[in-house]
Design a protein around this ligand. Structure first.
Ligand code: AMP
Length: 289
């Protein structure tokens, strides 16, 4: 595995690989790897001749009061884990390479960036869309791998890539969970032992919602109320939002149908956790009147 720090070096290596007809899979990350990251790498490695993983804690996607400074970073630990996955290139650009002093260009995916998490994290998805567009231009992959854990990020990035005519394909990998159901996240390490135990309530609540829907419940209000009640009764978590939306448009559903995304954000102390489940149902019957 090569650790690459400059765009020139990256382009030299990948240009040669491309000339030899090799396909390139790309996994953008902020590092501090867990099984979620590794599952994306595994899939990328399986599908492609060559796998590039980037680690970049992107300052412009963090709000002024968010955890940019304390976000966990450990390149030695990450490179050992990436090596075990047989990653070919670990790309670790520095801030002055990604955002030189003269930097002026940002990508705003309108509307869907303002929904769900976007309501509470102004500018977050603008930062994400900007850095991912830049990284995709640097790497030039055939396929990019993203986690379902960040469902809104998937929707925003797919829209951005389509709108800007990128030719990269996107493959979504299922959310990887701890044994008790908690979605893996680099931020889980902020949780105290008590909070960590309580946080498993999120997946219990989402699983109950899924069961209710499979059993025929069609009312988003009832589903959301059930989720809120499981979380409130089973933990000290403070709910930021619980929403039932269309998985592609992220618009609130008045009646459950089609490709449903049930997404939530909950604080345990100062740590904000997100999770979701997606459920595919037949479209609701249209009222003919
Ligand atoms: P991050 O380093 O948190 O920016 O995440 C990098 C990529 O890993 C994103 O595409 C995430 O959606 C994905 N990811 C993070 N956590 C998980 C998880 N628990 N399961 C699957 N993918 C994940």
């Amino acid at each position: 595995m090569r650790i690459v720090k400059t765009i020139n070096q990256l382009r030299t290596i990948l240009g040669e690989a491309r000339r030899q007809g090799q396909t390139i899979g790309f996994v953008p990350t902020m590092g501090y790897f867990h099984q979620g990251h590794l599952s994306l790498m595994h899939q990328a490695k399986k599908d492609n001749d060559l796998c590039v993983v980037s680690i970049y804690v992107n300052p412009i996607q963090f709000g002024p009061k968010e955890d940019f400074k304390k976000y966990p970073r450990n390149l030695r630990r990450d490179s050992t884990m990436a090596k075990k996955e047989n990653i070919d290139i670990l790309f670790v650009p520095s801030d002055n390479i990604v955002y030189p002093k003269s930097y002026l260009t940002y990508i705003d995916v309108e509307k869907i960036s303002q929904l769900l998490c976007g309501r509470f994290r102004p500018g977050h998805f603008k930062g994400v869309a900007t850095v991912v567009a830049k990284l995709v231009n640097m790497v030039g992959p055939d396929v990019m791998y993203l986690g379902q854990k960040d469902a809104q990020q998937v929707a925003v990035l797919k829209t951005m890539l389509g709108d800007l005519n990128f030719s990269v394909k996107v493959k979504i990998v299922d959310t990887q969970r701890e044994a008790d159901g908690l979605a893996m996240s680099s931020r889980n390490q902020y949780l105290s032992p008590d909070q960590r135990q309580e946080a498993a309530v999120l997946y219990r609540a989402l699983s109950q919602a899924r069961k209710m829907i499979k059993a025929g419940e069609m009312s988003p209000a009832k589903i959301k109320a059930a989720i809120r009640s499981v979380i409130k009764n089973g933990s000290s978590g403070k709910i930021q939002y619980v929403q039932c939306v269309n998985a592609d448009t992220l618009q609130d559903l008045k009646c459950l149908g089609g490709n449903i995304l049930i997404a939530l954000a909950v604080f345990f102390g100062k740590t904000r956790l997100i999770d979701n489940v997606s459920i595919r149902l037949h479209e609701p019957k249209q009222n003919k009147n």
